[in-house]
Write a protein that binds this ligand. Structure first.
Ligand SMILES: [Zn+2]
Ligand SMILES: [Zn+2]
Length: 150
């Protein structure tokens, strides 16, 4: 497989993961998976929260794809890499930039990132399973970008 095909597959899975994350957040985490996710809508006690387990769950298919795909360097390797890169981006933007679990990137005023942070705070304005909005993450809907770009 060419480098170009690998890159396109990685990119495809990266983008796909935003859809998977949105779907999971809206229908699973705010559904029967609320038992884990609730911890993320309440003040954190200590360094970790039960919601962090979702990251572990998503890491499993990523690891398996990378392991099996690396035997022949087929599409599964690039797919697993795309999922892993999404996980990394999600951690950096969601946990570090938005929730400040690590004090870093505190003063970013890039309009798109500002809109992303405020849109996610809008999601957190609701502390219950029902009634929340803005379930997506890295890709901020145009209506929120217009509202929050500052
Ligand atoms: Zn939520
Ligand atoms: Zn959050």
């Amino acid at each position: 497989m060419s480098i170009l095909s690998h890159t396109l597959i990685t990119l495809f899975f990266f983008i796909l993961m935003e859809g998977v994350a949105w779907f999971t957040h809206k229908y699973i985490m705010h559904g029967f998976g609320w038992v884990w996710h609730q911890s993320h809508h309440e003040p954190r006690k200590g360094k970790l929260e039960l919601n962090d387990l979702y990251g572990m769950v998503f890491a499993v298919p990523s690891c398996l794809l990378i392991i099996y795909g690396s035997e022949n360097m087929d599409w599964r390797f690039s797919a697993g890499l795309g999922i892993a890169l999404y996980g990394l981006a999600y951690f950096l933007v969601h946990d570090v930039f938005v929730h400040q679990r690590v004090k870093w990137l505190t003063k970013t005023q890039v309009p798109y990132f500002r809109a992303m942070r405020l849109t996610h705070h809008l999601h957190h304005a609701v502390h219950t399973k029902e009634g929340a909005e803005a379930f997506g993450f890295l890709f901020v809907l145009p209506k929120y970008v217009r509202r929050f770009r500052g």
